[in-house]
Design a protein around this ligand. Structure first.
Ligand code: HEC
Length: 129
């Protein structure tokens, strides 16, 4: 299935993700298994960026944002830091827009993900779902 995805001309972040998840095999190798803990090269900057990816992006944001184009694909920590509207989207009183789906939203608020994100981005905000 991922082989088919890559044949549709997906975004750079999807190509990076799907290719990397099967390393050291190729996604085209029959029987190749997915490395669930794969971290894209662009997030391997420091232990803190890897932690941010593992605790926030991977389970709460990646599914949607990886298919976006431009810096909001968050294919790297650098692209993530270009985001100017993080506080508005993740922590606006009465209107928390992101994560924009029920399952990741519940997971985000019921885990330490919000705290990880706010700490990592140095956002000193108090917000609740
Ligand atoms: C179900 C899909 C989905 C999930 C999950 C999701 N997003 Fe989004 N996000 C979107 C879409 C679609 C947009 C663009 C729509 C918009 O700008 O209003 C967006 C836009 C954003 C923006 C504004 C981007 C800009 O225009 O500058 C931020 C910030 C953001 N998301 C943060 C997050 C964070 C942080 C997470 C995970 C904790 C997350 N999102 C999870 C779909 C999603």
């Amino acid at each position: 299935m991922n082989f088919m995805v890559l044949n549709t001309g997906p975004t750079a972040a999807i190509t990076d993700l799907v290719s990397g998840m099967y390393l050291p095999s190729s996604f085209a190798t029959p029987g190749a298994t997915v490395n669930e803990s794969f971290v894209p090269q662009g997030w391997m900057t420091t232990p803190a960026t890897i932690k941010l990816y593992d605790n926030v992006i991977r389970h709460n944001c990646r599914t949607c944002h990886v298919s976006q184009t431009g810096f909001t694909d968050w294919g790297s920590f650098t692209s993530f830091t270009m985001e100017q509207h993080m506080a508005t989207y993740v922590c606006s009183p009465g209107s928390v827009a992101m994560p924009h789906a029920e399952v990741p939203s519940r997971r985000y608020w019921n885990s330490g993900a919000r705290a990880h994100l706010l700490n990592a981005m140095n956002l000193h905000l108090a917000c609740a779902p």
